[in-house]
Design a protein around this ligand. Structure first.
Ligand SMILES: Nc1ncnc2c1ncn2[C@@H]1O[C@H](COP(=O)(O)OP(=O)(O)OP(=O)(O)O)[C@@H](O)[C@H]1O
Length: 246
């Protein structure tokens, strides 16, 4: 079976600092993969190399068998890659619906062009509305982002990614900054994402993350230290040593 995501020998250093050391990882179609590791382990820089925000020094990243590294970010997105960010990247003075439409326009690789957007309006707006509905914000499209709660913004960001109908979704700490109630709601939402979307998630909230993930990769100083099923990784003494600091 062709993996949804296959990373081979991925390496990156910033001067003397190795942030990704020969990472090799295969993620099956439909899998829910959790990536954990201490602060600075290289989790976000790994995502940045998958998306093309950062160029690795060596290695390969394949999406359903197709090499991504020579493609620009927007072309990777067009191949079915979407991500959310640890730090939200929204337009607060615009509406939720417009934020999703703008994400869709980014997907299509078009410069922001008002008239062109207007011509495509109904199609784009329908897609955007569907995505908002999928995250429970269907009735909130006309509200300004600035007037929403943090939890609603996290949902909006998810809608922006889902609107692109990704095959592979990278979630960078989707629960960061949320209250316990909001965390429960967003994690319940994550379980409703259909299996034709493969999900790789970085998350520090272990309760939620462990419940969600089927396979777990532990990174430490840019290197894969432990990988396996939830039970295997939790039982592995290296996980405790590295991640829990025991
Ligand atoms: N552009 C850069 N230039 C130099 N060093 C960088 C750059 N980007 C990241 N780093 C360093 O790379 C290391 C890995 O950072 P990264 O953000 O990937 O860690 P992380 O595992 O996502 O951490 P956290 O859990 O805190 O988000 C850190 O030491 C960070 O300071």
């Amino acid at each position: 079976m062709i993996p949804a995501l296959e990373i081979t020998g991925l390496s990156k250093r910033f001067g003397g600092l190795v942030v990704t050391r020969d990472i090799t990882m295969r993620i099956a179609p439909g899998e829910r993969r959790l990536i954990i590791g201490p602060n600075g382990a290289g989790k976000t820089t790994l995502f940045n190399q998958i998306t093309g925000d950062l160029r690795p020094d060596a290695g390969s990243v394949r999406l359903f068998g197709e090499e991504l590294l020579k493609l620009r970010t927007k072309d990777r997105v067009a191949k079915g890659l979407a991500r959310t960010y640890q730090i939200l990247t929204l337009f607060p003075q615009d509406t939720l619906l417009h934020n999703v439409v703008l994400a869709l326009l980014g997907l299509r690789g078009e410069r922001w062009d008002f008239w062109r957007a207007l011509r495509r309006r109904s199609e784009l707006f329908d897609l955007a509305h569907d995505a908002l509905t999928q995250v429970g914000l269907g009735g909130s499209g006309d509200r300004l982002v600035a007037e929403t709660s943090y939890g609603e913004r996290r949902r909006l960001e998810l809608a922006m990614a889902l609107a692109q109908k990704p095959k592979l979704l990278l979630l960078d700490e989707p629960l960061a900054g949320l209250s316990q109630n909001e965390r429960n709601a967003v994690s319940a939402l994550l379980t409703t994402i259909p299996r034709d979307v493969t999900i790789v998630m970085i998350e520090h909230d272990m309760d939620v993350a462990l419940a969600f993930a089927e396979q777990i990769t532990v990174l430490h100083f840019g290197e894969v230290i432990v990988e396996g099923t939830r039970a295997e990784v939790v039982a592995d003494p290296r996980t405790r040593e590295i991640y829990l600091g025991e």
